[in-house]
Design a protein around this ligand. Structure first.
Ligand code: MLT
Length: 266
């Protein structure tokens, strides 16, 4: 289904139990809602599960290609309003975590819990911004297919890179994106705010998950977030790099389900 908001059509799936506690899944860059397939499968018997494509990625439109991370937060709130969801648990991976942290900072009353996967609160360093510029150049020069290969080499753990199923699944999602949408998203990532000063103010139950071999948002950054978010829980996922939910879904889902059983209640 599509929601028209702020000049763009946002694709979303609304699955599971209509009266169940709502969980909103926010995907990472440069993927789509499809990355959550295995989580939707285990959550849908007990929860209402909303998975959507961030503006510029997946099946959502890119519009004119000019947007910031604030627009992505606006889109989540518009989606919650459209679906008449007053409060939800936000579960975001990497970029999805940046968006979720900014969403709870701006709209505290709409978020009842956080699952922060392979993510961080810090804004981009100068070095990272230069990396974004190089990625934009590469996307314009060589296209999305070549970018998918480069991205996956940096994102997946060495053992996952040898697993054809994982590589093909992730590469297929990346290839479905348009270069314009990915370039716009890279600019939005480079221009996002730093949410670190908000971490001690988070009042909702928070689960932090990170792959033990994540080199994009290493476990050290998750440990720092955990030390700043009161009563938060951290688990390091073995045999996983930056895409923990795809690389080790069994362990990822066990922690996710346990956290929701403990905390996601109306
Ligand atoms: C992601 O997985 O969403 C990206 O790697 C995040 C980033 O590049 O900062």
């Amino acid at each position: 289904m599509f929601l028209s908001t702020n000049g763009t059509k946002i694709y979303y799936d609304d699955e599971g139990q209509p009266s169940g506690f709502p969980i909103v899944l926010v995907h990472g860059f440069p993927l789509s809602h499809e990355m959550w397939a295995s989580q939707i499968e285990v959550l849908k018997s007990a929860y209402r599960v909303v998975a959507f494509d961030l503006r510029g990625q997946g099946r959502s439109e890119v519009g004119d290609g000019q947007f910031t991370l604030e627009f992505l937060v606006d889109d989540i709130i518009a989606l919650l309003d459209h679906l008449k969801i007053n409060q939800a648990v936000l579960c975001g991976l990497s970029m999805g975590g940046y968006v979720s942290l900014r969403a709870v900072e701006r709209n505290t009353q709409r978020v009842s819990g956080l699952v922060l996967c392979d993510t961080k609160s810090e804004a981009d360093t100068n070095e990272t911004k230069l990396g974004r510029a190089a990625s934009i150049r590469a996307l314009k020069r060589s296209g999305v297919e070549a970018y998918a290969d480069t991205f996956l080499k940096g994102a997946l753990a060495p053992t996952s890179l040898k697993d054809r199923h994982i590589v093909e699944m992730a590469a297929k999602m990346i290839r479905q994106n348009q270069a314009l949408g990915l370039c716009g998203t890279l600019l939005a990532l480079a221009g996002r705010t730093d949410t670190t000063s908000f971490l001690p103010k988070i009042q909702v139950p928070t689960l932090i998950l990170v792959g033990e071999q994540d080199t994009i948002t290493p476990p050290e950054q998750s440990r720092r977030m955990q030390s700043l978010i009161q009563d938060s829980e951290l688990h390091i996922i073995p045999q996983a790099g930056h895409m923990t939910n795809l690389e080790n879904p069994a362990i990822f889902n066990t922690h996710l389900l346990k956290f929701l059983q403990d905390h996601a209640r109306s």
